[in-house]
Design a protein around this ligand. Structure first.
Ligand SMILES: [Zn+2]
Length: 720
């Protein structure tokens, strides 16, 4: 992990997916007693042959979303115990789906179940614009695990009227709505009206505006009747900053002002404020989400019986224990065991892991990611890591900034098998965990790249736009043939070599202290530049990491186009660039363009009114990248804030408004969705009596079918 990696979860952002940090979790399950594997129905829409042929799928488009699919190569060849393990873990993962909804907002389950009941039982016409808008709204709620946009955090506004909604509710099966006891339809509608139709009523899931009471103004369901000041004061009383094995206070609970009920599983409490723990608890003291967590534990216990190693079994068993007790010390023990689990093919994250959903960063959302090693790809990463010293010694940075002994970051490429909770349908592309700093320091961390997810993204975006943004056949063919492999090698070099490279001068503080608000952008730029510098090094071909130096050139072409123009499509007109990776890319591209201008290294060409940035001299551009790398390493090593400010503000922030307009217009023809998410593969046991004889993988083709299936089979929490 590098110094600037404040976040562990990295979502897909831009054409180049350089990511830098972690994620981990658990799934939960609910009220029905699970009888066994056979009770789980497969997606009804799936049609597949014995040979696990994948049904064709083009991706489904609605609102600002595209639903994609990822493939699990190699699943069929796994030994049966590993297939079973993946199946059990996937089931466990899904059991927690409702938890994510409830954490995101206290009325999410109410809204979702209401919409689903309408979808199933409305007896009026199910066509026309209003109905379509209703369906779109329901899909958006599923996609965001609630009624707030998964990225902007703002409430999703339906494009149908309240009157139409009233008609939908009135003409659906009344008995199946999640009404409170004694509530009639009128009262039910009155309660839902502001929740769904008033943009200002709980309008933002997570508010981070400085000066606001972040607890009061965020809709996320982590605090009850509390102000930000009260929450902060509460934890100040407990947290000892000198504790070298500090538990993650608040991670798995809701904080409530009031008297704790007798039968609640309670964590810390003081002066009328208490933590209501997420956990199963006991018959006398039940935890929050116990119903879902019980189901999850049911599947985890099965998983434990087919663990690949003693260490993996220990991880699963500690996780079960943690869910039962809610004890954060057990969670830390589990995390430590998980870091040490490097000998297995299958790995997983399951639990309350990432804290972005809490405006104060204490409490974590539930998520589950289940994966297996991509051995071929991971081997390539190992080759990079083994040669880390070569890359350090031959770098363009000053000798005094080179590490005498450099170790590449351990980094694996994985194949995702299933995701749930906060990791689905929208997914991270990289994971770096655990989050607890003291565990990272003492035991290390695991960093993985979600290879098959990245492939799916590349295939979804590839092709169509290549012709538009590369003016010659030579460039287009190079993108088609080498674009993917060049992009992946960039990401690998960025992660394994880039962030690990270089050293800070003695006596100079950390970049966070010296470069302050510019440290993240410049750290990303530094890692990108290390990657770019080596992408044209024949050594990569020699090591078998690139098929040809053409792959390096393809990456140069796309990096420059992206940094100079293409990434601007994500911005609104008039906006500056704020996101660190975007700032870094424009900084690098613009600086290189300017430095090479006299020699026409990069040429701005306008053909038929369309702008292109074309690399004329790749070797010279490599030298320029090397110079910028040297300079950025220098200012990091010396802590030169003034130079940092000049670079970032001068090249990374301001947007060329005309270019932004042009890019948006040229992209409009492709109808590319700003956000994507994924259908989950379905693992289906083949039973012989009580025994699982095999597990088949099937691929869904309908988002609606899959979401309804999940809601029917994995919904274990009651509406409050
Ligand atoms: Zn990075």
């Amino acid at each position: 992990m590098n110094l600037v990696q404040l976040k562990s979860k990295v979502t897909y952002y831009g054409l180049l997916a350089a990511f830098c940090t972690g994620v981990v979790f658990l799934p939960a399950c609910g009220d029905k007693k699970p009888t066994d594997t056979t009770e789980v129905k497969a997606d009804s829409v799936i049609t597949t042959t014995e040979k696990e042929e994948i049904p064709p799928y083009d991706g489904e488009r609605f609102a600002d979303i595209k639903i994609l699919r990822y493939e699990v190569k190699g699943f069929g060849e796994l030994p049966l115990p590993q297939k079973k393990l993946l199946y059990y873990l996937s089931e466990a993962g899904r059991c927690g789906r409702d938890i994510t909804y409830d954490q995101n907002y206290k009325h999410n389950l109410l809204v979702r179940k209401t919409l689903e009941n309408i979808y199933k039982t409305y007896n009026g016409d199910k066509f026309g614009e209003d109905w379509q808008n209703f369906e779109t709204y329901l899909k958006r709620v599923w996609f965001s695990n609630g009624i707030h946009h998964h990225y902007s955090e703002k409430k999703l506004m339906p494009e149908f009227s309240y009157e139409f909604f009233e008609n939908l509710v009135t003409n659906s099966d009344q008995a199946s709505f999640p009404m409170a006891e004694g509530q009639d339809t009128t009262a039910f509608l009155a309660m839902l009206k502001p929740v769904i139709f008033d943009a200002d009523f709980d309008g933002k899931k997570v508010n981070k505006t400085k000066g606001d009471d972040l607890v009061k103004t965020s809709a996320a369901n982590f605090y009850e009747n509390l102000t930000q000041k009260e929450v902060e004061a509460f934890y100040k009383g407990f947290v000892n900053p000198n504790d070298e094995t500090l538990i993650s206070y608040g991670l798995n609970s809701q904080l409530i002002k009031g008297n704790a009920p007798e039968d609640a599983l309670v964590g810390l409490q003081k002066e009328g404020i208490y933590e209501y723990k997420y956990g199963i608890g006991t018959a006398e003291k039940r935890g929050q989400y116990a119903a879902a967590l019980e189901k999850m534990v049911y599947w985890l216990e099965k998983a434990s019986t087919v663990a690949e190693s003693a260490n993996q079994k220990q991880v699963i068993d500690l996780l079960i224990q943690y869910y039962k007790t809610g004890d954060l010390k057990t969670f830390d023990e589990m995390s430590i065991a998980w870091v040490g689990m490097t000998d297995t093919n299958i790995d997983f994250i399951n639990g309350f892991i990432e804290v972005y959903g809490d405006p104060l960063g204490y409490r974590a959302n539930y998520e589950s990611v289940i994966f297996m090693d991509d051995k071929e790809a991971s081997k390539r990463m190992a080759v990079l890591s083994e040669n880390a010293q070569y890359f350090e010694d031959n770098s363009s940075i000053m000798d005094e900034h080179k590490k005498k002994e450099v170790k590449g970051v351990t980094y694996r490429i994985i194949t995702v098998v299933n995701e749930a909770g906060d990791a689905a349908p929208s997914t991270p592309i990289g994971i770096n965990l655990p989050n607890a700093n003291w565990i990272r320091k003492q035991y290390g961390s695991k960093s993985v790249s979600l290879g098959n997810i990245e492939d799916a993204y590349n295939h979804a975006s590839g092709g169509k736009t290549t012709t538009e943004f590369y003016p010659t056949e030579e460039l287009q063919n190079r993108q088609k043939e080498y674009g993917d492999v060049g992009g992946k090698m960039h990401t690998a070099l960025h992660e394994v070599i880039g962030h690990a490279s270089g050293q800070i001068n003695k006596g100079v503080g950390t970049p966070k202290e010296t470069l302050k608000n510019y440290s993240s952008t410049l750290e990303e730029a530094r890692a990108d530049l290390v990657a770019l510098y080596y992408l044209l090094d024949p050594k990569l071909v020699e090591l078998g990491l690139l098929p040809s130096i053409e792959a390096g050139k393809a990456e140069y072409d796309s990096y420059i186009m992206n940094g100079m123009m293409l990434q601007l499509r994500r911005l609104d007109e008039g906006a500056d660039i704020e996101e660190d990776h975007m700032r870094n890319r424009q900084l690098v591209a613009k600086w290189a363009f300017e430095k090479g201008q006299a020699e026409n290294v990069i040429e701005k060409k306008v053909i038929d009114g369309k702008t292109y940035f074309l690399v004329n001299d790749y070797d010279k551009l490599r030298v320029i990248f090397g110079e910028l790398l040297r300079e950025i390493q220098r200012l990091k090593s010396e802590g030169d804030y003034a130079a940092a400010e000049k670079l970032v503000e001068g090249y990374g922030v301001k947007v060329d408004a005309a270019m932004l307009k042009e890019v948006k217009e040229r992209y409009a023809q492709f109808d590319i969705a700003p956000y994507s998410g994924f259908l989950q593969p379905v693992l289906e046991p083949v039973m012989e009596g009580e025994e699982i004889k095999d597990v088949k993988i099937r691929y869904s083709t309908s988002f609606v079918e899959q979401m309804m299936n999940f809601s029917d089979n994995y919904s274990f929490l009651k509406v409050q």
